[in-house]
Design a protein around this ligand. Structure first.
Ligand code: PHE
Ligand code: ZN
Length: 881
């Protein structure tokens, strides 16, 4: 908690560290309330730092200092001092020296889940971004790379498993077997944020992996004893990830062991500590009855992500935290490529883009907008954002689109070769692509420094006499906080022009325009491109595969959209055309509702959707995506101002009901056809069948006849896997009869002992689109299984409620008040989690005036509360600015 107003730090102020640490020896005696840490550091002045060095300041927080020894001599109180932020040694030697520090910390009292803490009796650490300073005094910054040797000592019974980074070196018993120790050595220099330690009573499954050069690696996944059987999928994912990185990027694993540990209390999804990844257990444990297809997919994706960090993050790390996208954007891009190799690529792209638009676009359009590489922050934990991760990934993807896959790979190879073992910058990364291609990336760099989603306003004019089509493209770059003027960007615009029969016309441009593989390069604020030899008026298919993170507008008629929905050779844009048509209808319905007018007639859209949904030539996964209408949050983003969440909900629900009423027989046929007969397996074909069948179930239940509700109830009670069980529960959650209550009761009976599965029970109650949900959530907040100290529980109840447009945005403001109170309560012990919850308010200015005022009141209430963490202080001030 901060006494004074927290200060921002700036990218432009970066200076190399005055000292370096070459070697670290840690000796850690684990104890629940009094863990003793002895640290021995081999240090030297940094030759890269010119000028006066001044005192040596080591970062440290919440530590009890017992001893400081410099080159073998204990320092007296006169030669050092400590405060809330660290340890200062007034005049360190101007040559290499050894510094020994002995401190104590209290893992049981650590509810911030940063540093060393206990999760269900298991000692574990989380050091990214700045948690290592809560374990010992250190130069806790990513450009100080050291080789670590770690000795861990603990009670033999309480903590039979002792793990750290790198390779195991030695273990032994102490105190007649009551205590024991283990020594680990990590030969790869790393920054402190990649340090990890685990101690506890854990079960494990093990396997081995042979790398492409024939090295054997021992793999282990550690979990709560008794849950070992639920680790098989995670192990399979790990091996596929290891193989994939060899085949696709030539990256081999570099230690003798690779360990994963699953813990229940974790602020994020998982962490890429060198050789010892630590996971939120919901992203490890899976079985047919306890994990949904979505969970299986996320486990695969996150295991791959953390594993890929071994090269993009660990071997090559970040010079400073402003460069966070260097490892995160790139690693997300890599995990997206991996996922695309495991299912239909268009389906993966739809998934990526849905995420980007749902999470990143609203961020970029609101008060929390920031560049992919921010230039200032108060609390770095606030910058693990969708912009850094997902938009960061889009920037890597654009580099690949501009260069082509082959050259992109060459650039990656150069990056690995040139910067292995270093702490690098975004410039270092992009330079590799400039060097392998001979191209200039100067304009491209603006993507890293400029916030906001560019608008791309397009217009196509056809001239039948000249047989030409003129495409005008204009970039609309609106101001964002702190950036009032914007520069035009370099945008790869992938496109096609469809002829009368639906085929792609050959793309021939006039003039110096470059068009390669259907990609047009946009560089100016406004430009017109001429396509020649066009026999008849073409239908443009722009931004194919979503080739850039922009907001595209082009005036297309309903007929054009219908044409694209059935003909576009780009599967992504076929899907997009359906979404665009639905959005157009829904936005018009919302307007009509608020003016008490009749909504537009959706029958042509419904007919077209019915065609796609029952098209057996199309993959079921794509058909399922097509049947999923844009979400209420998507619609709010498009409407952008004076938002009435109730009207949006009503418009969307009405369209869903009409869809089911008009397409009833067809949907029922799909429901029957898509039933999976084989035993459950998380394989693409089955997943796609379940996805299509379950989205049909949702629509049919929205129709709401007794038979429809009975179908959902039967779907729920006869389910043989969690995917179907949850689909039934979710469909019933929006109905009003006794079936809903019965289903939630039965689900509780069945799963109350399982802390992961029961989260669905909380979540689906918190997500019911009704003002009365607030009362339910208040009651659930006092449920014995609920705990604000557990981030998953907070996200599943409070987070889901804050993401429920109708309930959170109750016109009386009670939803805002409830969430604001929980934020302040959580901020006392877990600032990171509180600040993240607070981002639910980020679009408050777009609400209609009554709600806007109430949201503002809740935010101001948070702003004036004391004390506030730096995390919450930063988010609330930016949100209100
Ligand atoms: N570096 C982690 C990842 O994305 C995320 C993380 C950040 C985890 C901070 C914990 C704390 O892979
Ligand atoms: Zn990551």
């Amino acid at each position: 908690m901060e006494a004074e107003t927290p200060k921002a730090i700036f990218l432009k102020d970066y200076k190399p560290s005055g000292w370096l640490i070459d070697e670290v020896h840690l000796d850690i005696a684990l104890d629940p309330t009094e863990t003793r840490v002895r640290s021995r550091l081999q240090m030297r002045p940094n030759p890269a730092r010119t000028g006066r060095r001044g005192p040596l300041v080591l970062d440290g927080e919440s530590l009890t200092l017992d001893r400081v020894v410099l080159d073998g001599k204990e320092l007296s109180g006169k030669s050092f001092s400590t405060d809330d932020n660290g340890l200062r040694i007034a005049s360190p030697p101007d040559k290499p020296f050894t510094l020994e520090i002995e401190t104590r910390c209290n893992p049981s009292a650590n509810k911030a889940l940063s540093g060393l803490y206990l999760s269900k009796g298991i000692y574990c650490t989380q050091c990214e971004a700045q948690g290592f300073r809560r374990i010992t005094y250190f130069l806790d910054r990513p450009d100080v790379l050291a080789v670590y040797t770690v000795r861990i000592e603990a009670d033999s019974k309480a903590a039979p498993v002792l793990l750290s980074n790198g390779n195991p070196v030695e273990r032994g018993t102490l105190d007649r077997g009551h205590r024991h120790y283990a020594i680990w050595k990590d030969p790869h220099p790393k920054p402190s944020y990649l340090f990890a330690l685990v101690g506890g009573l854990l079960g494990a499954i093990t396997s081995t992996f042979k790398t492409k050069s024939g090295k054997k690696v021992d793999l282990s996944i550690y979990v709560e004893p008794g849950k070992e059987e639920r680790c098989a999928w995670a192990m399979d994912c790990l091996k596929r990830s290891m193989r994939w990185d060899e085949e696709r990027f030539g990256r081999e694993y570099d230690l003798d062991v690779f360990n994963i540990v699953a813990v229940s209390d974790f602020n994020m999804g998982a962490m890429e500590n060198k050789g010892l990844n630590i996971f939120n257990d919901r992203l490890i444990l899976a079985s047919a009855t306890t994990a949904t297809d979505g969970d299986y997919f996320n486990i695969d994706r996150v295991i791959a992500h953390e594993y890929f960090h071994n090269w993009t993050g660990d071997r090559i790390t970040c010079r400073d935290w402003f460069q966070l996208c260097l490892k995160e954007g790139l690693t997300v891009f890599r995990d997206q490529l991996y996922s695309a190799d495991h299912r239909a690529p268009a389906v993966q792209r739809i998934y990526d883009v849905r995420m980007l638009k749902a999470r990143q676009f609203p961020e970029d359009a609101g008060p929390l907008a920031h560049p992919v590489r921010p230039d200032r922050f108060i609390e770095i934990n606030n910058f693990y954002t969708s912009t850094v991760y997902e938009k960061g990934a889009e920037l890597c993807r654009m580099v690949q689109t501009l260069l082509g896959e082959k050259l992109f790979r060459k650039g990656m190879d150069l990056y690995f070769e040139r910067h292995d073992g270093e702490a690098a910058t975004v410039e270092d990364f992009i330079q590799c692509f400039a060097d392998v291609s001979g191209r200039d990336f100067k304009q491209f760099m603006t993507w890293y420094s400029q916030a906001g989603t560019p608008g791309l306003v397009c217009d196509l004019k056809y001239d039948a006499d000249k047989r030409t089509a003129d495409l005008t493209v204009e970039q609309v770059l609106l101001p964002t906080p702190g950036q009032s003027t914007k520069k035009p960007l370099q945008i790869p615009l992938k496109l096609g022009l469809l002829g009368g029969n639906g085929n792609d016309l050959p793309l021939e441009t006039k003039g110096p325009t470059r068009i390669e593989n259907g990609v047009l390069e946009i560089t100016k604020r406004k430009e017109t491109f001429r396509f020649v030899d066009i026999p008849s008026r073409p239908v443009p298919s722009l931004l194919r595969s979503f080739s850039a993170p922009v907001n595209l507008t082009i005036a297309l008629s309903d007929d054009d959209l219908l044409f694209l929905m059935s003909h576009d050779s780009d599967a992504f844009n076929r899907w997009q055309a359906g979404q665009d048509y639905a959005t157009r209808l829904l936005v018009a319905s919302v307007k009509a509702l608020r003016k008490d007018k009749a909504p537009p007639d959706p029958s042509r859209f419904i007919e077209a959707l019915g065609e796609v949904a029952s098209d057996e030539m199309l993959e079921p996964a794509l058909r399922a995506q097509t049947l999923t209408l844009p979400s209420e949050t998507d619609l709010a983003r498009v409407i952008a101002k004076d938002i009435d969440p109730d009207a949006i909900h009503k418009a969307r629900n009405t369209l869903r009901r009409k869809l089911a009423q008009n397409l009833g027989a067809r949907l029922e046929a799909i429901y029957d056809d898509m039933a999976v007969k084989e035993p459950y397996a998380p394989v693409p074909e089955q997943i796609a069948h379940r996805a299509l069948r379950n989205s049909v179930l949702g629509l049919l239940t929205a129709r709401g006849t007794a038979a429809d509700v009975a179908r959902a109830a039967h779907h729920f009670s006869s389910a043989s896997n969690l995917t179907d069980e949850i689909a039934g529960l979710s469909a019933l959650s929006e109905t009003r009869g006794s079936e809903r209550k019965a289903a939630f009761e039965r689900f509780y009976e069945r799963w109350h002992d399982d802390h992961i599965v029961i989260d669905h029970w909380f979540l689906y109650q918190a997500a019911i689109p009704h003002p009365g949900t607030l009362a339910t959530v208040k009651k659930l907040a006092r449920h014995p299984l609920m705990s604000l100290e557990n981030p998953n529980k907070v996200r599943t109840l409070i987070g889901a409620f804050a993401a429920n447009p109708v309930a959170f945005n109750r016109p009386d403001g009670a939803g805002y008040e409830f969430v604001a109170e929980r934020i302040l309560q959580i901020d006392r012990f877990n600032p990171q989690l509180a600040a993240r919850l607070l981002t639910a308010f980020r679009s408050w200015r777009t609400l209609e005036s009554t709600r806007r005022k109430l949201a503002e009141k809740a935010l101001k209430g948070i702003a004036k509360s004391k004390p506030l963490s730096r995390d919450v202080y930063e988010i609330v001030t930016r949100t209100l600015e």
